[in-house]
Design a protein around this ligand. Structure first.
Ligand code: GLY
Length: 434
């Protein structure tokens, strides 16, 4: 046997031992699921997960292997949760009690099996937009007992009260009742508008969401925020309306342009920078951040853990605004020029609010993803938009800052402090009124 064959045989032996350990682990996980059920505890236990992840460095002596071991552990936690959830019978009481009890399924090819997750044996009002490939909408429509498709024109301007009224009018015209449901298929704008339509129609009907962009999968589709834009402001009219279930099929991202993928990566980076160094480290891997399914799962689990602690954004959930205060300002100052996407503005909005060491690590990651690190923008227009933002108060504007990766804090900043920070984004690092 040559050396390569010997090594392969050795790997086979190790994999067989791992399979045995995996079986043992899942058998214990099943028993834990039964215990949790008997005690009325949720499957997800963020405290315990944090404790497990904290033990990682001590368990893995080789620092070079730690990020890989962290991924393995993360994957194991995810699999345990999925296995436990699959074992437990769902009850109405569960659904009312625990926010995270609505399932978020992240699986390649899941679109074709949406009927197993959603109750589509009724009238389904499908809301999509003209940018979503027709094949995805058809695949879902084919699984519905009765369906109506409502196609919004693509673009942010569709997230309006006028379009919302058109959706409601069509829902009434097609005889939708309280027992029927709304199914969104598209990016964040479609999900936000369709979710709000569902929240208000007949005082609330079931809402399912199938996000088709990475940006929507990583952020908008989870957490129950729904809204439309109004009077020149983003999302002031809306409701918290939990979806009944969310289905994410990473295969649909295959048709997304690279720029749109990077757009979504910015939201995932936000979660890594604020909440989970292991997620950020994935992006520093020269081979890339790895499998999309695992990446989305990690991002969704992080967002879920924040939302389940503070669904209504009384405090903690505001961490998810990291990069968004300045990002929205940049987006507003750029509006009409069509220059930058939401995630690109978030990437820019995060940079000035990172500590120097974080910034030094973030810059090459953004460059690798071809996300912008500088912008020609009218700083005063950005500040005017920031001041207009709902988060602006009399004593300054609250922003999230990240002094080190995985640690965040709220800070009040005056407009002149923000002006100074924004100037670090200008191409020459100086004042510019574009
Ligand atoms: N997009 C931020 C949040 O869901 O709170």
């Amino acid at each position: 046997m040559d050396r390569l064959q010997e090594l392969r045989a050795e790997i086979d032996r190790i994999d067989a031992a791992l399979a045995g350990l995996f079986q043992e682990r899942m058998t214990v996980a099943a028993e834990i699921a039964a215990q949790k059920q008997a005690r009325g505890l949720p499957v997800r236990d963020p405290e315990r997960e944090r404790a497990i992840l904290e033990k990682l460095p001590a368990r893995m002596p080789d620092p070079a292997l730690r990020p890989y071991y962290a991924r393995l552990q993360d994957c194991l936690l995810e699999l345990s949760r999925a296995y436990q959830t699959a074992l437990l019978p769902r009850t109405d009481a569960d659904e009312a009690r625990i926010f995270t009890d609505y399932p978020v399924v992240i699986k390649r090819g899941a679109l074709a099996r949406a009927g197993e997750l959603f109750r589509l044996d009724r009238r389904v009002f499908l809301v999509t937009d003209s940018g979503v490939p027709a094949a995805y909408v058809k695949a879902l429509a084919a699984q519905c007992a009765h369906h109506t498709i409502f196609t919004l024109p693509k673009g942010e301007q569709s997230k309006s009260l006028e379009q919302l009224a058109n959706v409601w009018e069509a829902m009434l015209r097609h005889g939708l009742t309280r027992q029927d449901c709304v199914l969104a298929v598209g990016g964040g704008k479609v999900g936000d508008l369709a979710g709000f339509a569902a929240a208000c129609f007949m005082r609330g009907v079931d809402f399912y969401n199938v996000p088709t962009t990475l940006l929507a999968m990583a952020d908008a589709a989870v957490g129950g925020k729904t809204a439309v834009n109004f009077a020149g402001t983003k999302n002031p009219i809306g409701a918290f309306w939990r979806p009944k279930a969310v289905l994410m099929d990473p295969e649909v991202l295959g048709t997304l342009p690279a720029r749109q993928l990077s757009n979504g990566m910015a939201e995932i980076l936000k979660l890594g920078l604020t909440l989970d160094p292991t997620l950020f480290t994935r992006f520093e891997d020269p081979a890339g951040p790895g499998d999309l399914e695992a990446l989305i799962s990690q991002a969704v689990a992080l967002k879920q853990s924040v939302v389940e602690q503070d669904e209504r954004e009384a405090g903690l959930r505001r961490v998810l605004n990291f990069g968004h205060t300045l990002g929205h300002g940049i987006e507003a100052a750029q509006s009409g020029r069509g220059a930058l996407l939401h995630g690109e503005c978030v990437a820019l909005g995060m940079l000035p609010l990172c500590g120097p060491a974080v910034r030094a690590r973030l810059l090459p990651v953004l460059e690798g993803l071809e996300l912008p690190t500088t912008v020609s923008v009218d700083v005063e227009a950005v500040l005017a938009a920031v001041a207009h933002d709902k988060k602006a108060g009399a004593d300054g504007i609250e922003v999230v800052t990240v002094p080190e990766i995985g640690r965040w804090q709220f800070e009040k900043m005056t407009l002149s402090q923000l002006r100074e920070r924004l100037q670090t984004l200008l191409p020459q690092g100086g004042i510019q009124n574009a």
